[in-house]
Design a protein around this ligand. Sequence first.
Ligand code: FES
Length: 105
Amino acid sequence: MKITFIEYNGAVHVVEGEAGQSVMDLAVKHGIPGVVGDCGGACACATCHIHVDPRWLAATGEAGDMETSLLEFARDPDANSRLSCQIKVSPALDGLIVHLPESQY
Ligand code: FES
């Protein structure tokens, strides 16, 4: 399944992910700049903040309660903000596009 990461500066990275893998894991594994993932995916750090492309909001669904509270600590969160460790790659998300924030801190 193809996942596209677009950096703040416009650089585009398209990578292949496997079902069940988190979008954060995928980014870290491929060395995508801009996703840190300090807590390793435990929904405890907010350094995996991304913005879901508007066309993919319905498919990715809404942030859970814990994720929503953590997003308050992310830098410049908006209505499309998610923690990428909480989004799992699946066939329904094949083609997903996410935008990276300028910085995680
Ligand atoms: Fe820490 Fe996502 S990796 S909240």
